[in-house]
Design a binder for this molecule. Structure first.
Ligand code: 2BA
Length: 109
């Protein structure tokens, strides 16, 4: 038994959940926030048997796209503020950040 924890972009979340449901997987959607961009993203919890992990990863890969996003760096602390021009920097977000955890016990009570 594994728990797949997938951090995905909000834009991909609904289609990903639909694709998982269509294949008979169950998922829990959590609203989350990225530590770096401090913007909303989605964390999905998917509990599966070991032999299903590869298929779930393939679905995540298919449904989640990498996108470029502009970030404006903060003014450096203690530096000269008047001469600092914060140029936006591009970061590539996604497709998805996925953790596969071993589950010791799974109960439905
Ligand atoms: P954020 O932390 O908001 O990060 C968004 C994107 O910013 C990252 O995309 C990466 O391209 C960039 N980034 C993050 N930290 C950076 C840093 N210290 N310096 C430069 N660029 C940085 P992704 O790697 O695709 O990550 C997307 C989201 O997945 C993250 O949102 C975070 O919510 C989650 N995530 C990524 N790695 C994680 C990890 N090791 N543990 C927990 N959550 C993670």
């Amino acid at each position: 038994m594994k728990l797949i924890v997938a951090v995905v972009q909000d834009k991909d979340a609904i289609k990903l959940i639909e694709a998982l449901m269509a294949k008979g997987y169950r998922a829990t959607k959590l609203a989350s926030t990225g530590g770096f961009l401090k913007e909303g993203n989605t964390t999905l919890l998917v509990g599966v048997n070991d032999h299903m992990v590869a298929e779930v990863l393939a679905i995540i890969k298919k449904m989640c796209k990498a996108r470029e996003q502009l970030v404006t760096p903060l003014t450096p602390v203690g530096g000269p503020v008047d001469s600092y021009v914060p140029y936006p920097v591009e970061v590539v977000v996604g497709g998805a950040t996925v953790f596969v955890l071993s589950v010791e016990q799974w109960e439905k009570v």
